[in-house]
Design a protein around this ligand. Structure first.
Ligand code: MG
Length: 157
């Protein structure tokens, strides 16, 4: 078994959807990004790649490449799972922490877990999504950004 960790942060701006794990959260602000900006999926992708020591999201899906402009991050996750599989691994479980000042995510946690489970092939009881605020401190606390930490365990096929 191997463990991986991932982290990502995106600025929050008007006129962009707030996407977390492929779920659209009602919000006046959404993630700025070259792709669809799904910060949760980006952290998960980095955790998966890190567990297999396969580099990071920028290595495989460079933001300088126009092919990834506006791309659905669920597609990037699918490609990452393929990469992990080609390297001889599958994901065992996934744990994430979303740090976002507003909106409160409590009522969306189940939907996000279910979507992540469907997209990773894991059962919902192996997918954890936790949410907290940054207590008003720093850019995340001022509502200018959203950050996510992810940890994943992978095992040899
Ligand atoms: Mg990102």
């Amino acid at each position: 078994m191997r463990i991986g960790s991932g982290y990502d942060l995106h600025r929050l701006v008007p006129d962009r959807p707030l996407l977390l794990g492929g779920v659209r959260i009602p919000s006046p602000l959404g993630e700025l990004g070259h792709s669809d900006g799904d910060v949760l999926l980006h952290a998960v992708i980095d955790a998966l790649l890190g567990a297999a020591a396969l580099g990071d999201i920028g290595t495989h899906f460079p933001p300088s490449d126009p092919a990834y402009a506006g791309i659905d991050s669920r597609e990037l996750l699918a490609r990452t799972i393929k990469l992990i599989g080609d390297a001889g691994y599958y994901a065992v479980n996934l744990d994430t922490t979303v740090i976002l000042e507003r909106p409160k995510l409590k009522e969306y946690i189940t939907a996000i877990r279910e979507q992540l489970a469907a997209d990773t092939g894991l059962s919902v009881d192996r997918v954890s999504v936790k949410a907290k605020t940054n207590e008003g401190v720093d850019a995340v606390g001022r509502g200018e950004a959203v950050a996510v930490h992810a940890a994943v365990l992978i095992e040899e096929l």
